[in-house]
Write a protein that binds this ligand. Sequence first.
Ligand SMILES: Cc1cc2nc3c(=O)[nH]c(=O)nc-3n(C[C@H](O)[C@H](O)[C@H](O)COP(=O)(O)OP(=O)(O)OC[C@H]3O[C@@H](n4cnc5c(N)ncnc54)[C@H](O)[C@@H]3O)c2cc1C
Length: 421
Amino acid sequence: MKIGIIGAGATGLTAAYDLVKDGHDVTVLEGADEIGGLAGSLEVQGTPLERYYHHIFETDRAIIDLIEELGLGPKLQFHSTTTGIYYDGELHDFSTPVEMLKFPPLGLLDRVRFGGSSAMLKVIRNGERLNDRRALDWVRRWAGPRAAEVIWEPLLTGKFGSRASEISMAWLWARIHYRTFKLGYMDGGFHQVYDGLLRAVEERGGKVEMGKRLAHIAQPDPAGPVEVRTEDGARYEYDKVLVTVPQPVFAQAAGAAPGDALQRAEYLGATCFVLECDRSVIPYYWLNVNDSTFPFLAVVEHTNMVPTSDYGGRHVVYVGNYVPRDDWRYTTDPAELLKQYEPWLRRLNPDFDLSWVKDWHFSRAAFAQPVVTPDYKPSIPPHETSMPGVVLATMSQIYPQDRGQSYAVAMARRVVEQYFR
Ligand SMILES: Cc1cc2nc3c(=O)[nH]c(=O)nc-3n(C[C@H](O)[C@H](O)[C@H](O)COP(=O)(O)OP(=O)(O)OC[C@H]3O[C@@H](n4cnc5c(N)ncnc54)[C@H](O)[C@@H]3O)c2cc1C
C-alpha cells in the first residue's frame, strides 16, 4: 500500500517504522522542520535535549521495548531522583514515602490521610470507574480538605488553570497508579529514539518530508485514494493515511463542521524555558510550585538527574507551564517573559540572578495537554474516521493515562496492527 502519515512525532514515526517493515511505501509529512513533535529536542552545548522536560517510568513498557528494539537499550538509565514542593514560601523535600509522611505543612492526621489515599490509588485496579468523579472532590473526601488544599489543588491548578476543579479523577488515578519512583532517561537524550526511527524508515525506502503542514484531507470516493494537500500547495494521493496531528488540526483539515464531535477536544498550550546556568538553581530534580500566585508550575533541574558534564558543565533548568493560548505567558515575547520570571525564581533561590543564565531557549506548543473533564471519555473520537482510508491516532485519544511517549508508541503499534494489517 501507498501510505501517508501526517506528523513525525512519537506516534507517526513509530507507525512509519512498523509499516515500512511490513513492506509498505510510506511517506511521513511533518509540518515543522524537525522530528519528534512534543518530544523534539534542541541542543545544549552540542548535546540534544528535549524542548520540554522528559523522563519515563519503569512501567512505560512500550517505549522501553522500542528503545531496546532500536539497539539503544544500554543508553536507558533509571535514576533515583529528588522531588520538592515549594509551599508557603519554603522548599520541602517530597521524594520518598517517608519524606511525604513528614511533610511539615500538613498535620499528622492529614499526612496519614494523604498517605492512605495515595496508597489506595496504587491499589485500585480499574480507575476508569472514577471517570465521572471530579479529582478535587475525590481528594477532598479521601485525602482530606487540608491535603487537597496544600498538595492537590495547586498541582491541578498549575496544570489546568481555571479548569482544575473539573478534571476527572480517572486521570489523577492514572497519574498516581502507573508512576514509579525511579525515572528513566537516555544518556544523550530521547532524540536518539526518533533519529533511530527516522534512519530505520529511510533505510527501508520510506520518506520523511519536513515543512509539510497538512492543510486539507479528503477522500471524495470512499473506494478511491485519499487526497492530502499541504500549506505549501503540494498535493499527494495515498491508499491510506494515518493522521497523528492534534485533533483540532485534523478537524480543520477534514472540514469538520463547528458542532462536529471532532471539534470538541479542548487543549491547553505549553510554554517552557530551558535555562543554561553556570550554577545550580534548585536542590531537586523536580520542584512543584504549589503557590498559585506564581507564573509557572514546575521547575525541573535536569542536571540534578544527569551530570552537567553532558552539557558542557551547564546546569540545565526547565521552567514550564501549561496555559491557554491567549494567556500572557503564551503570547509575551520570551526575553521579556524571562525578565518577568526572575523575581519568582529568586523566591525559590534567594541568590538567583539572571546573570547565572548563560544562554536560554524557549519553546511553545499550541496543543500540549487535553483538558480531561468527567465527560471526556465519551467525547474521544474513534480511530476510524468518516473517510474509510483515513485513520486517526492522536494524543487526545489516550485516556485516562496522561499523555506520554510510551502511550504514543503503544497507540501507534495498536493502530498499525488493527487498521493496516
Ligand atoms: C511539557 C511536556 C512535558 C512532557 N513530559 C513527558 C515526559 O516526561 N515523558 C513522556 O513520556 N512524555 C512527556 N510528554 C508527552 C509526550 O511528549 C507526548 O505524549 C508525545 O511526544 C506525543 O507524541 P505524538 O506523536 O502523539 O504527538 P506530537 O508530539 O504532538 O506529534 C505530532 C506531530 O505532528 C506535527 N504537526 C502538527 N500539525 C501539523 C500539520 N498541520 N501538518 C503536519 N504536521 C503537523 C507536529 O509538528 C508533531 O511533530 C510531555 C509533553 C509536554 C508538552
